[in-house]
Design a protein around this ligand. Structure first.
Ligand code: NOJ
Ligand code: CA
Length: 702
């Protein structure tokens, strides 16, 4: 791991520690005094906490604790010994990211509790100026055996009926559309009936939501609830009580449906994280989730490289070609199919994508449908579907990888597990060694389907551990991972920076085969799902209507908005998702060719959840800036101040904006391109069409 710019840490014990009497509140205030947490034990010895932002309660009296198989850790606690306070201040450099340096500055208190039964529980609060994290520890000395957790009893008592941006609680999928309602109106029944899904959905509670869930308060403040460092534990979802406005933690269950988690003595839970800010933009610049994660585990990270990639991919989603070599997925599992003649991942077709990538500053080419098994992927819960080291007969992997290398392009591998995860784990070492043998350093994994071991869920403890096992195994072979259909990210890319991105949300692919994503969708994701980590959204579709392939489905944006997504939808791996022939001769391809994927600086120029956002980013080790601006279905005019530019320099701005009369539905394709010279102190006016956007590149002119 790269050396940090500077690190200093101040740890102090308050004298010999603060002796705390039961029931007296313990408060922790953030370094700049914006956030305050107050912990106390109720008269019955129940641990409680409250959170204040700018001296106003944003979480009222909220509960802490667990139900264990061996008993309830809910009340009858006392504080044993001393609460330990510390302060931490460090500036660290991410291996890749939105900014060059991140400051991690918080005040902490660790509160040791003892239950009447003798069980021990430690609760640690880390309080930042833009939120807080707290986690539980089951101290080693308090437990003789593994601890079986049947429920987490944490609650979040909201203090107003805020506007909430949410997707339903689902044990197996995050691929939902967002709803915007008051907290008291959260109800998710309709999803079952109307959604198209390729994932396995498992909705179980009409009043449950997933995290991150984001709130806009009446005074314009914003708050989001999520978790950080999800390791060896199930994902946390939330149940809402409409009357009290209280959210209660619900852990995604495991196979046996009784124990949600089983952990070892000494286990620390993931952090329960609350992000706070005056404005929506503050959520976008928050690094709280990353800071709550552990530093990078790897010594050498030189092999981890952000990239743009094209892919033998969209053409299968459009139905132009097939993943399988013979027959169709619907044709069942009978052997002896004849080649369809429509197989996408052929040597020849892949070379076409390699040529396209090489000509356009695109570093990788993803190839899906390259390996044996796709015709057998039929039905749910089928083991041994794919072979991750056996290409189809018309895909000469050596010829393809040699050709790619000769053109300076890398092949991105693909491991679709179809949810047969035990089979994948059996093959994993062999699969990664096979990639290494062919010089492949990145792989997209996929988990479409019900999980095997049967009864496990995508977001349960067993799968949470699997994703990390895959990432660590990949690291052993210097391979980067882009995971589709995994649990949603919780900032673990700080610790495992070869976990480049995840899908874990409803991506652009839904536009190819469902009613798709409405124009507001991309204006909600950055404030919700992306708070946990990068998303492989797959932007860059130019033929947004693709009538040649499908009449009903389409992308619900203008073309200019597809360009802007490279900046607004942060990821260190960005797909150039459309077919090479759809980019041919299009002048707007220049933006995709030039746009960076790794950044030294990021400025949020304007933002309102579910409405619009504009972000400027400075490319890594480069004086170039790129701006992306997007809107929902409302057309807008923005006048942007260019104050982020370096003083005294003239920049050539190339603006890619919605053309005359553009409209996501009626007229999505016109893109107007204009060039002008600008300087710090200047401003630039952009007109965004309904469902539209704008992208700008800014390069020093001399
Ligand atoms: C779902 C993924 O999200 C998509 O990108 C992929 O093409 C298919 N699964 C097939 O693996
Ligand atoms: Ca997916």
């Amino acid at each position: 791991m790269k050396k940090r710019a500077f690190i200093w840490m101040v740890m102090y014990l308050l004298g010999l520690g603060t002796l705390v009497m039961a029931q007296s509140p313990i408060t922790v205030t953030s370094p700049g005094k914006l956030v305050r947490v107050s912990f106390s034990l109720s008269g019955e010895g129940a641990p409680m906490y409250r959170v204040f932002y700018r001296n106003q309660a944003v979480l009222g009296q909220s509960a802490l604790g667990f139900a264990l198989r061996d008993g309830l850790l809910k009340k009858d606690f006392s504080i044993v010994g001393s609460a330990i306070r510390s302060t931490f201040d460090e500036t660290w450099e991410p291996v890749w990211g939105e900014v060059k340096e991140i400051r991690n500055h918080y005040n902490e208190v660790a509160i040791p509790l003892k239950h009447r039964s003798g069980a021990l529980l430690k609760i640690v609060f880390r309080v930042y100026d833009n939120g807080l994290g707290f986690r539980y520890e089951f101290p080693k000395e308090g437990y003789e055996h593994d601890i079986a957790i049947t429920d987490e009893l944490t609650t979040f008592q909201l203090t107003g009926d805020h506007k909430a941006f949410w997707i339903p609680g689902d044990w197996d999928s995050n691929e939902h559309l967002y709803s915007t309602t008051r907290i008291s109106e959260i109800k998710n029944t309709w999803y079952r009936e109307t959604e198209t899904s390729i994932g396995t959905m498992n909705l179980h509670d009409r009043q449950s939501v997933q995290t991150p869930i984001t709130f806009r308060m009446a005074n314009g403040w914003h708050m989001a609830i999520h978790e950080a460092a999800l390791i060896d534990f199930p994902a946390m979802q939330l149940h809402v009580d409409h009357r009290t406005l209280k959210f209660s933690a619900m852990l995604v269950p495991s196979l046996d449906l009784v124990n949600k988690a089983v952990v070892k003595p000494g286990h620390q839970t993931p952090w329960r994280a609350i992000l706070l800010g005056d404005r929506a933009a503050d959520l976008l610049s928050s690094k709280l989730i990353l800071n709550l994660n552990e530093p990078c585990k790897y010594e050498d990270t030189s092999w981890i490289r952000p990239m743009k990639f094209a892919g033998v991919w969209w053409e299968m989603h459009l139905g132009k070609s097939t993943w399988d070599y013979a027959g169709t997925q619907d044709a069942g599992s009978a052997q002896g199919f004849k080649p369809t003649g429509r197989h996408g991942a052929t040597t020849e077709n892949t070379k076409r994508y390699i040529d396209f990538a090489a000509a356009n500053n695109i570093q990788g080419v993803l190839v899906e449908g390259w390996n044996m098994g796709w015709e057998n992927w039929y039905g749910q819960w089928k083991d041994e579907v794919f072979d991750f080291a056996k290409p189809y007969p018309d895909y000469d992997i050596k010829a393809v990888t040699d050709y790619a290398r000769s053109k300076g392009v890398e092949i991105v591998g693909h491991h679709e597990t179809s949810g047969a995860v035990t089979s994948y784990e059996r093959q994993m070492d062999r699969a990664f060694a096979y990639m290494k043998q062919h010089g492949i350093h990145a792989v997209k994994t996929g988990y479409v389907g019900k999980i095997i071991p049967k009864g496990e869920h995508h977001d349960g403890q067993w799968m949470v551990n699997h994703y990390i096992r895959a990432v660590e195994t990949a690291a052993g072979h210097k391979v980067m991972i882009d995971a589709h259909e995994p649990v949603r990210p919780t900032g673990l890319h700080r610790t495992y920076p070869n976990w480049m991105a995840s899908e874990a949300a409803r991506g652009n692919e839904f536009n190819a085969w469902s009613r798709g994503n409405p124009p507001e969708h991309e204006t909600i994701l950055p404030f919700t799902r992306l708070l946990g980590g990068p998303m492989d959204y797959t932007p860059g579709i130019f033929d947004v209507t693709f009538d040649q392939f499908k009449k009903e489905e389409r992308v619900h944006t203008t073309v200019a908005k597809q360009l802007a997504l490279y900046v607004t939808m942060y990821s260190p791996v960005q797909m150039v998702a459309d077919l090479p022939e759809h980019y041919e001769g299009h002048p707007a391809l220049e933006f995709i060719r030039e746009v960076a994927v790794d950044w030294d600086d990021t400025r949020i120029l304007n933002a309102e959840v579910g409405e619009y956002l504009t972000i400027a980013r400075k490319a890594k080790n480069s004086p170039y800036w790129f701006v992306g601006s997007i809107t929902d279905e409302v057309s807008r005019v923005f006048t942007l101040s260019l104050d982020f530019l370096e003083a005294g320099k003239t920049y050539q701005a190339t603006v890619y904006e919605d053309g005359q009369d553009a409209h996501w539905d009626k007229n999505p394709k016109p893109v107007n391109i204009r060039r002008l010279n600008v300087k710090k102190g200047h401003s630039l006016t952009l007109k965004l069409a309904a469902g539209g956007g704008a992208a700008i590149s800014l390069k020093p002119a001399n």
